[in-house]
Design a binder for this molecule. Structure first.
Ligand code: PHE
Length: 343
């Protein structure tokens, strides 16, 4: 039995040292090891000398060796086959390449890029921040102290590891981080994913994308806010779209408003998308509350500013007339492939 083992080890070494650089040498290898009178056959013959209680172990060992030799031979044979075809035929460089599919941009990305580029033309730069936020940046600094009823406007996912941590409910948290840096004037947009604990339906999801904007300088007025948003709407949806502002409430802006545009689907006639009103809401906005400026160490007697926030999904649904928000996150290529054109 030990002798058999030593023999196999010896053959393994020999196999490694074999030089096989031609088909003839490969054939010689096959005959030597795998042939009818080859090494494998002869050590198989040794089995009869192995005592009965060791037969099983020896059988396993032999089998393993056999498989090793066979797969080594097959590997070499394959190499020679491939090399053979290469040496006889020169590659035909005029043949067309293998076709491969190129993905398309996600509709949310297309609209995101367009929104960003419109505001960049007005001098806004892009700011980003973490998706896991602390209570201060997402709520308290934005004039939403603990127990403030307006916290219920945004159902929040908290992180169980630390009660102070949460998934940001809006990218206003990024605005706080930028204001805290104290570099004024400040003109930024904050695109990014936000999370709210909402029941998933055609019109709501537990996550979506926002672009929020902030402009802080001396003498910024509501007129600047309106002019900026008018410009945005005309660039985004075309010159014919009508705009209206409705008074609203946000704890971090005063006064606050919501902006509607005339329904792109029915042109203002009234349909199911605009709920027969002819108008659809696209964003919230207002003048930054002085308390928010103070919270970030900005002198609210000297500086004023405006802020706004919109959902990219909503803008995308209006642009492409998509009726169900869930399509954006289902990764169905039949849906996604439809959005190839640049806006
Ligand atoms: N942060 C608000 C939201 O997510 C949107 C908003 C931003 C409103 C800035 C006013 C000013 O609902």
């Amino acid at each position: 039995m030990d002798q058999l083992m030593a023999q196999i080890e010896q053959y393994k070494k020999e196999i490694k040292d074999e030089v096989i650089s031609s088909k003839d040498e490969l054939e010689a290898f096959r005959i030597k090891y795998l042939g009818v009178k080859g090494v494998l056959k002869s050590i198989m013959g040794e089995m009869k000398n192995v005592p009965a209680d060791k037969k099983k172990e020896a059988g396993l060992m032999l089998n393993e060796f056999k498989q090793m030799v066979e797969s080594y031979y097959q590997e070499l044979a394959l190499n020679f086959e491939n090399a053979g075809s290469e040496s006889t035929d020169k590659p035909d460089v005029t043949l067309p390449g293998q076709p491969f599919t190129i993905g398309t941009r996600h509709p949310i990305s297309i609209v995101h890029n367009k929104i960003v580029s419109i505001f960049q033309r007005l001098g806004f730069s892009v700011a980003e921040g973490p998706e896991i936020e602390d209570d201060w940046h997402n709520f308290t600094a934005l004039n939403l102290p603990e127990n403030h009823p307006a916290r219920d406007m945004q159902d929040t996912f908290y992180i169980s590891q630390n009660p102070d941590w949460l998934l940001r409910t809006h990218t206003s948290s990024v605005q706080i981080r930028e204001m805290e840096k104290g570099e004024l004037p400040l003109r930024i947009i904050c695109p990014g994913r936000v999370y709210r604990n909402e029941t998933i339906s055609a019109r709501a999801h537990c996550f979506f994308n926002q672009v929020e904007g902030l402009y802080i300088a001396e003498n910024v007025s509501f007129a600047d806010l309106k002019q900026t948003l008018y410009f945005f709407v005309k660039e985004m949806f075309g010159a014919d779209v009508k705009v209206r502002f409705r008074p609203s409430y946000f704890p971090f802006t005063e006064p606050s408003a919501e902006m509607d545009i005339s329904c792109l689907i029915c042109g203002g006639e009234g349909c199911s998308v605009c709920k027969k009103t002819g108008w659809v809401e696209i964003l919230g906005c207002g003048m930054v509350h002085p308390k928010v400026l103070d919270n970030c160490g900005i002198d609210s007697n000297k500086y004023t500013g405006f802020a706004f926030g919109m959902g990219i999904e909503r803008i995308t649904m209006l642009t492409y007339q998509v009726k169900d928000l869930r399509l954006f996150s289902e990764n169905d290529v039949r849906f996604l492939r439809q959005f190839t054109a640049a806006l």
